[in-house]
Design a protein around this ligand. Structure first.
Ligand code: PGA
Length: 249
């Protein structure tokens, strides 16, 4: 059985006291689904979040990391630094990193390797922009993003990878891919994996959808057979909304 996962990407939101209060609200919520639950606060609040959640089933994950182990990379954070504060999972390839920080497939391949060498789990994000969708190129774009950053890996590496399809035109816009559009793309992604690595890898891969998932649309999106959960931005900043999504399975 594939894992169902709901991960909250807090992006650059919540200072220390806001982090503490949102976490205390989250710990008071009742989970009725079997989904794995994760939150990704900013770097400065990771350790505090890890300490506050260590007795719970909510995992604290990071939004990004550098590929180098250490050295002259001012402002950056390495995999081993994340691990030293209790973080074992990292989001890589988010479209905001690609767009505002020029992260290329080539750079992401290096980050993927560094995370795996450090025994970290990766939530690897990709997705087409609106122009690609309008011109019908979404599958080509998604396939090349996956191939360029991941297809140098061996099949065993995929045990530590979760994929997140996030159409850029649906992130933070209030516009969601329809459940059918999400399903079609997730099925295509699974087929792409099966062609390269075989059915086992493909069928065991959790593929999350991200892009304006809210309490009122999560159930329908998660009901699609190839959608194994969600990467949640805006709605993850509100404990009621986030848990409504966690419990939408
Ligand atoms: P959103 O963000 O839910 O606010 O659209 C999703 C994401 O960026 O992961």
């Amino acid at each position: 059985m594939r894992k169902q996962i709901v991960a909250g990407n807090w992006k650059m939101n919540n200072d220390l006291s806001q982090t503490e209060s949102l976490i205390s609200e989250l710990t008071n919520k009742k989970q009725t689904s079997n989904a794995e639950v994760m939150i990704a606060p900013t770097f400065t609040n990771l350790y505090k979040a890890f300490e506050a959640l260590r007795e719970t089933s909510i995992e604290v994950i990071a939004q990004n990391m550098h590929f180098a182990e250490n050295g002259a990379y001012t402002g950056e954070i390495s995999a081993s630094m994340l691990k030293s504060v209790g973080v074992n999972t990292v989001i890589l390839g988010h479209s905001e990193r690609r767009e505002y920080f020029n992260e290329t497939d080539e750079l992401l391949a290096k980050k993927v390797d560094a995370a795996l060498e450090n025994q970290m789990r990766i939530i690897f994000c990709f997705g087409e922009v609106l122009a690609d969708r309008k011109s019908g190129n979404q599958e080509k774009v998604v396939e090349s993003q996956i191939k360029n950053a991941l297809f140098h890996l061996d099949a065993a590496a995929f045990k530590n990878i979760v994929l997140a399809y996030e159409p850029v035109w649906a992130i933070g816009t209030g516009e969601t891919a329809s459940p059918e559009q999400a399903q079609d793309m997730h099925a295509f992604i699974r087929k792409t994996l099966a062609n390269k690595y075989g059915k086992d890898v493909a069928n065991n891969m959790s593929i999350l959808y991200g892009g304006s998932v809210k309490p009122n649309n999560a159930k329908e999106i998660f009901s699609k057979p190839d959608v194994d959960g969600g990467l949640i931005g805006g709605a993850a900043l509100n404990a009621d909304d986030f848990f409504a999504i966690v419990n939408a399975f």
